[in-house]
Design a protein. Structure first.
Length: 135
């Protein structure tokens, strides 16, 4: 039985210290798994592979009931946790607070030169209209 499998069994048995022992043993493999997942994503993701590992670890170990049948089962669950984290992250960035489906447009100086300029007479007429509204 590998150290990882032994620790997974201890976690399943309720040993609170076992979860702290697990991450150093599996970190590098989880980081490689996270890098593979991130490679499948569009460039410019806010979440990095190094941030994905602790997020997945929290979901897996601190999330409650675990029934790890083997080391492979643990890494399969880790891959699924990472996928869900990435999906949740994508949903958040597509939400209305983050601009949703709005398209960012850069101001172009050439567009400004084509627009109609406001002359002094127009400004005076606007000022007169504003004064009438106030009274």
């Amino acid at each position: 039985m590998s150290d990882v499998t032994r620790i997974l069994n201890e976690i399943e048995g309720g040993d609170p210290k076992a979860a702290d022992e697990l991450l150093p043993l599996v970190y590098e493999e989880l980081r490689l798994l996270a890098a593979q997942k991130m490679a499948q994503e569009k460039p410019g993701q806010a979440l990095q592979a190094t941030a994905l590992v602790p997020e997945a670890h929290i979901c897996l170990v601190k999330g409650g009931d675990q029934d790890w049948r083997s080391r492979g089962h643990f890494f399969s669950a880790a891959a699924e946790a990472m996928r869900r984290i990435l999906v949740d992250s994508a949903r958040r960035t597509k939400g209305p607070r983050h601009g949703g489906d709005h398209i960012q447009v850069t101001l172009n100086e050439s567009l400004l030169s084509k627009s109609k300029t406001v002359c002094g007479e127009d400004l005076m007429a606007l000022d007169e209209a504003m004064e009438k509204l106030k009274s």
